[in-house]
Design a protein around this ligand. Structure first.
Ligand code: FE2
Length: 369
C-alpha cells in the first residue's frame, strides 16, 4: 500500500494529501544540475524545461519519493519533509493579513516590544526576538541609546543599511523657522505613513530622541493594518474602493524635488493580502483616478479610515525620553506627534532603512536556532 500515485497520464503526482504537477517537480528538482548545492541558486531557466513534462515512475525510498521523468529518464529524489514544506495544494484561507503579522490596538501599550541597545548588540537571541517583534507588530522601541546626534544609526547597524533620501542620510525633527516640511514645526501631526510620494516607499523609519524637555510632543503609533481590517468589517465595499483605485501623493517642498506617486491607500497583493497602507494628509494630491460614480463612496471610506486612525482605542502613545527610539514598518504602521509648546526643547532625529534587510537578518538568526 502506497500513498504515492501518478495522475493525469504522468502530468501530476499525488503524495499523501498533496498533488504536485510534473512541470513543478521538474522545475524544482533538487539535483545539482538543477540547483547549485553550494549557493542554492537555480541553474536552469524556464526554457530548459520540457514542453510537457511527464512522470514515468514514482516510488517511495525511505523518507523520500523518487520521481522519474519520461522524456529523458532523469530520476530526482524529493524528501517528504521538503514536499510537505512546499505544498501548494491546500485550502486558501480568507485572511488578508500576512502570516507573520498580528494586528494590535491600544492594548499593546501594556506590552510594547522594547529592548536596550546594548543587549541587542551583544545577545543574538534578544536581537532575534526584537526583530521578530518588528515583523509581527511593525513597531518596537529601543532604550539605552547615546543621547547624541547620529545615535540612531546604531539601530540600523543591527540589521542593515540606511536608505538615503532627499531629506539626507538622516533628518532633524526640531522646530524650524520657514520649515520645508510641517514636521519641523511644533504643530501636532495626524498619524501618517512617511513619504507616500516615493516609489518604492521607505519601508522602515527610525526616530530617536536626543532632547525632549518641551511640554507635549508625545509620539503615537497606529496599526494601519488593524485600521484597514476594521474598515473592511464595517464597510467591505469602502475597503475595496480604497484598494481598487489609486490615490495620488506629491511633495515639492524643496527646490529641484517633485516626487509624485499613483498608489492606492490600501495596497493588496494580487491574491488579496494586505501589503501596505499609504496615509498622509499633508502629501495628498487631488484624486483623479477614482471614477465619478465611485468618488462619494471613496471619500466616505477614506474619511472613515481617518476616523478609525484617530480613535484612541487604536493608538499607542508614549513620550520618548532622550536615549530612546522607536522603529516602525512604514508600509503598515502610522506614526503621529501631538503638538508641543516652544518651552524647553525637542530634538529627534529620523532615518529610513530597508525592511527586507531586517527580515533577512531575522531569517538568518532564526535558521541558526
Ligand atoms: Fe513622519
Amino acid at each position: 500500500m502506497t500513498d504515492i500515485q501518478i495522475m493525469d497520464e504522468g502530468r501530476a503526482l499525488r503524495v499523501g494529501e498533496s498533488r504536485f504537477h510534473a512541470i513543478w517537480l521538474r522545475d524544482n528538482a533538487l539535483d545539482p544540475e538543477t540547483r547549485d548545492p553550494g549557493n542554492g541558486q537555480k541553474r536552469i531557466t524556464l526554457n530548459d524545461l520540457p514542453d510537457d513534462p511527464r512522470l514515468s515512475a514514482a516510488e517511495a525510498a525511505g523518507d523520500a519519493v523518487l520521481c522519474t521523468f519520461a522524456e529523458d529518464g532523469k530520476t530526482v529524489r524529493f524528501p517528504r519533509k521538503w514536499l510537505d514544506a512546499h505544498t501548494y495544494d491546500r485550502a486558501r484561507s480568507e485572511t488578508v493579513l500576512p502570516q507573520t503579522a498580528e494586528i494590535w490596538d491600544a492594548a499593546l501599550s501594556e506590552t510594547v516590544p522594547v529592548c536596550a541597545l546594548g543587549t541587542l548588540q551583544s545577545d543574538r537571541a534578544a536581537l532575534r526576538d526584537w526583530l521578530a517583534a518588528v515583523r509581527r507588530f511593525g513597531f518596537a522601541k529601543v532604550t539605552g541609546l547615546r543621547a547624541q546626534s547620529g545615535a540612531l544609526f546604531d539601530i540600523v547597524d543591527l540589521f542593515g543599511y540606511v536608505r538615503e533620501t532627499n531629506y539626507g542620510r538622516h533628518f532633524e525633527v526640531r522646530t524650524e523657522v520657514n520649515p520645508v516640511n510641517l514636521a519641523y514645526t511644533g504643530l501636532g501631526l495626524q498619524a501618517h505613513t512617511d513619504n507616500p510620494y516615493r516609489d518604492p516607499v521607505p519601508t522602515l523609519q527610525i526616530l530617536a530622541c536626543i532632547e525632549n524637555s518641551a511640554s507635549g510632543g508625545d509620539s503615537m503609533v497606529v496599526d494601519g493594518f488593524a485600521a484597514a481590517l476594521r474598515l473592511r468589517q464595517e464597510d467591505p465595499e469602502g475597503f475595496s474602493l480604497l484598494a481598487r483605485y489609486p490615490a495620488r501623493f506629491d511633495y515639492a517642498g524643496e527646490a529641484g524635488v517633485r516626487l509624485q506617486t499613483r498608489k492606492p491607500m490600501i495596497g493588496l497583493s494580487p491574491d488579496g493580502m494586505l501589503e501596505e497602507v499609504r496615509f498622509n494628509a499633508r502629501s495628498s494630491a487631488p484624486l483623479v483616478d477614482v471614477p465619478y460614480d465611485a468618488m462619494p463612496g471613496y471619500y466616505r471610506a477614506a474619511r472613515r479610515y481617518a476616523q478609525i486612525v484617530d480613535d484612541p482605542d487604536q493608538q499607542v502613545a508614549f513620550k520618548l525620553a532622550p536615549g530612546e527610539a522607536f522603529i516602525v514598518d512604514n508600509r503598515r504602521v502610522l506614526h503621529a506627534r501631538r503638538g508641543y509648546s516652544g518651552e524647553g526643547s525637542r530634538w529627534l532625529q529620523g532615518c529610513y532603512a530597508d525592511r527586507d534587510g531586517l527580515y533577512s537578518t531575522l531569517a538568518a538568526l532564526e535558521s541558526q536556532t
